[in-house]
Write a protein that binds this ligand. Structure first.
Ligand code: URA
Length: 448
């Protein structure tokens, strides 16, 4: 018979830098999921793990404990190779909203379980819920049925699916314990492997606005994620992508949905946002068996946008999950909900935008109302900002830099100052750089 669980001893062992027995990790996670261990003890464990790290055995035990905290879905009855994508988190990262319909429109089933905003980064779930009426709380039966019927379903974690991650994710968000390679890897892989997918593509973000600030850490995270996927017989590909500057122009839930719709209409095809989206889509279409290579998959993805098939697929998805398709056809009817302020370039701001600080704008979006400071906070679905000037654009004093969408109209001066500070201006346009850096699979690293 095993000894009773002693959370304090696990916390102190980890605090003092000792390894934790995998069995103790499994029991701690199970007890926390049942609410037999309170948030304050789990927070202490997370902080000790954050500071001391987890070795590979502990990280694998944590992933498995979180994966088996609920049902691991079996989608083998659903025809096709089920492929999903997950991002390690970024600013303005609305890729899933564009990517999932592109891939599903090509006949690859996409079952996607997403998270909420985390720290300064947004979450797909909060974005989806900014579509009036859109339901993310489908039952497991409805999830499976919708996947069979229309080949795409996007939901949040349920009580049944990786519930430990849902609870731990919310706790990490408000306890300063997000930026840890093993905690991020366990979080992502537990919920993704619980979805019943056959293959996975990961967007591992690197830079100022990512949780991994250095390339070395981002590469280690990619390697950790792919190793966990392969250990669970799930072919996994990771792309390393740039998160120094915001992805796209919109940051905030509804503003990002509106931008995604424009992308699916083909309006932003030559941007970094679409470069990342098409690269990920190429990987998914190749893994899903409908493209011969990731490169061919990229072309197929472009065609899916050009032909309108991908936008049609988004409309079908929104209708299936009770969302208002009227705002998909005319996004302008929704944005009016949040008061808007305009931020202009001050005297002396003249030249070309060379950098935009993604981290600063991610924090600003939270201040505008688009993110949470405590677990209980509600997000304002229409809050956020839309950049009018992006990297490479010319700027002169008086030009509009950005529009702010916020109910906190009394703080617009301070918000505007933060936007201006986030811009770096140079005398010459910066060199165009690729947003997709490298690719990692079980065979190793290669240029993407
Ligand atoms: N995305 C997740 O799902 N979990 C993390 O911990 C970070 C990003």
């Amino acid at each position: 018979m095993s000894t009773p669980l002693n959370p304090v001893s696990i916390i102190t062992r980890k605090r003092d830098g000792h390894a934790i027995d995998p069995d103790d990790i499994a029991r701690l996670v199970a007890a926390y999921t049942r609410e037999d261990v309170p948030d304050y003890q789990m927070s202490a464990f997370l902080m000790a793990s954050f500071l001391q790290g987890l070795n590979d055995v502990e990280a694998a035990a944590l992933t498995d404990a979180m994966l088996h905290s609920g049902t691991v879905l079996d989608l083998s009855d659903t025809p096709g190779v089920k492929v999903d994508k997950h991002s390690t988190g970024g600013v303005g990262d609305k890729v899933s909203l564009i990517l999932a319909p592109i891939v599903a429109s090509q006949g690859v089933p996409v079952p996607m379980v997403s998270g909420r905003g985390l720290g300064h980064t947004g979450g797909t779930l909060d974005k989806l819920e900014s579509i009036p009426g859109f339901r993310t709380d489908l039952s497991m039966e409805a999830y499976k049925q919708q996947l069979e019927d229309i080949g795409i379903v996007l939901i949040g974690q349920t009580e049944e699916m990786a519930p430990a991650d849902r609870k731990l994710y919310a706790l990490r968000d408000v306890t300063g314990t997000v930026e840890s390679i093993p905690l991020i890897a366990a979080s992502i892989m537990s919920k993704k492997l619980a979805e019943g997918i056959d293959a996975l593509v990961l967007d591992v973000k690197c830079g100022r606005g990512a949780f991994m600030k250095t390339e070395e850490d981002a590469r280690t995270l990619a390697e950790t994620l792919v190793a966990i996927g392969e250990d669970h017989d799930t072919p996994t590909v990771a792309l390393l992508t740039d998160m120094n500057i915001p992805l796209g122009r919109a940051i905030g839930n509804w503003p990002e949905v509106a931008e995604s719709i424009a992308c699916l209409r083909g309006e932003h095809d030559e941007t970094a946002l679409m470069e990342v989206t098409y690269a990920l889509a190429g990987e998914m279409l190749a893994l899903g068996g409908v493209a011969d290579t990731p490169k061919a998959g990229r072309e197929q993805a472009r065609n899916a946008v050009g032909s309108g098939e991908a936008l049609d697929c988004l409309r079908t998805l929104v209708a299936a999950q009770d969302g208002d398709t009227g705002v998909i056809d005319d996004p302008s009817t929704r944005l009016g909900a949040a008061p808007v302020a305009t931020v202009t370039a001050p005297d002396g701001m003249q030249g070309y935008v060379t950098e935009i600080d993604a981290l600063a704008l991610g924090h600003l979006a939270v201040d505008l109302g688009a993110g949470r400071r405590t677990k209980e906070d509600d997000v304002d679905p229409t809050a956020g900002l839309t950049l009018n000037k992006h990297v490479g654009d010319a700027v002169e004093p008086g030009d509009v830099l950005a529009h702010l969408h916020t109910a906190h109209t009394d703080q617009v001066e301070a918000f505007s100052a933060s936007v201006r500070q986030a811009y770096t201006i140079g005398d010459t346009p910066p060199e165009r750089r690729s947003a997709v850096w490298d690719r990692y699979t079980a065979s190793g690293w290669e240029h993407a």
